[in-house]
Write a protein that binds this ligand. Structure first.
Ligand SMILES: Nc1ncnc2c1ncn2[C@@H]1O[C@H](COP(=O)(O)OP(=O)(O)O)[C@@H](O)[C@H]1O
Ligand SMILES: [Mg+2]
Length: 362
């Protein structure tokens, strides 16, 4: 550093230059704007590269206008999608005091496009799972309806045939014969519709092969991570070091685990944060089945509630559908396993299921 420079010779340019130097050292796009005039005082290369193309970026007002329309809060910043390059930025506006020689506001823009993309893809994946669950409940309902309606429809057709024969043999009124024929046509049509529904439900054959529960748990926890964070929930996973693979349809078992963990999280909404702990554990049980258990510290269930637990449409939630556990049970039973509930020692619930091991079946 030269000691001979005349004191004050670089004023007032020196602070702005120092600020520019400082901005150049920062790893994000940064720019300083004069508080009064709103004009750009200094910007680093990252800022020029990312916002140089944005028309009006040299004037704070115009920059805000361009970004504000995309949801940025003028005062403090926010997450915006920049219109000129389509990327997502977290914007932070901070008071830089007199660092630039004049009152200045400092803008930092962090590119968060990747994070947003990951969140989006999770969301669509979660939507897909929820869709599968809805599809399966619709499928179940359709299968039940088809089964329930098939018998009476067949009986109706038989009765109509019988009546037709009687009317024809006895030379009964032609209107009655016509009415009976029309009724039979309608009943046959209904049977055909139902046959198609059964065909559709059957066509969704699940695919079973060797599945690691650890992978299934990973997928599910990844989907619920945001929700768990929001609730400040601790999640402990202990699947043992050498759990054998299960013979299962991956998507279906993901669905079951998702339902159970969601229920567990929902059950702990009201309990104090320090008691909110969720545990997932697995082992090979005495029957040689793979057994997974989800343990929560929620309010648990009364004996009366636990009796109805798995029946469709049983819910104690104002926003509940009550089909989650019913679907879980039919999925697990399809896998020749068992879905069970037991009270947890020290408070809360344990929901678990068993699956057959893959060994010898694939
Ligand atoms: N972990 C749990 N702790 C306490 N109660 C539970 C738990 N899981 C399920 N339940 C009870 O079982 C009911 C049915 O669950 P579910 O079939 O998933 O439907 P929904 O979640 O839509 O109510 C819930 O409303 C709740 O009363
Ligand atoms: Mg549920």
């Amino acid at each position: 550093m030269s000691a001979t420079r005349a004191p004050g010779a670089r004023e007032p340019a020196a602070p702005a230059a120092a600020l520019a130097e400082l901005l150049a050292a920062l790893p994000f796009a940064c720019a300083a704007y004069a508080r009064d005039s709103g004009r750009l005082i200094a910007a680093n290369a990252a800022f020029e590269a990312e916002f140089g193309q944005l028309e009006g970026h040299r004037q704070r007002e115009r920059l805000l206008e361009a970004l504000h329309g995309c949801g940025a809060n003028v005062e403090t910043g926010g997450e915006v999608r920049a219109p000129h390059n389509g990327r997502w930025y977290a914007l932070y506006w901070r008071d830089a005091g007199q660092a630039a020689g004049v009152g200045a506001l400092l803008l930092t823009a962090v590119d968060i496009s990747e994070r947003i993309e990951i969140l989006d893809s999770h969301k669509s994946r979660q939507d897909k799972l929820l869709f599968t669950s809805r599809l399966m409940s619709v499928g179940e309902m359709a299968a039940t309806l088809a089964h329930e309606l098939n018998q009476p429809l067949a009986a109706i057709v038989n009765y109509l045939n019988g009546s037709l024969r009687l009317v024809q043999q006895s030379g009964g009124p032609a209107q009655v014969e016509r009415a009976l024929l029309a009724a039979r046509t309608q009943a046959e049509h209904a049977s055909a519709v139902i046959a198609r529904v059964r065909e559709f439900v059957r066509a969704r054959e699940p695919r079973r092969d060797a599945q690691q529960l650890a992978q299934i748990a990973d997928t599910v926890l990844e989907l619920l991570r945001l929700e768990a964070e929001r609730q400040q929930l601790r999640i402990e996973v202990d699947l043992g070091p050498s759990l054998p693979a299960a013979y299962a349809d991956r998507v279906m078992v993901e669905q079951v685990l998702l339902n159970l963990v969601k229920n567990a999280i929902e059950a702990m909404r009201e309990v104090p944060a320090d008691r909110r702990a969720l545990r997932i554990e697995a082992r090979v049980n005495l029957d040689g089945e793979i057994e997974l258990r989800v343990l929560d510290r929620g309010k648990g269930l009364s004996p009366a509630e636990s009796e109805q637990l798995f029946s469709p449409f049983f819910t104690t939630k104002t926003d509940g559908l009550g089909i989650g556990l019913a679907i879980c049970r039919s999925i697990i039973e399809y896998h020749e396993g068992r879905l069970f509930f037991e009270p947890r020692e020290g408070g809360g619930s344990v929901f678990g299921f068993t699956l057959p091991p893959a060994e010898g079946r694939t």
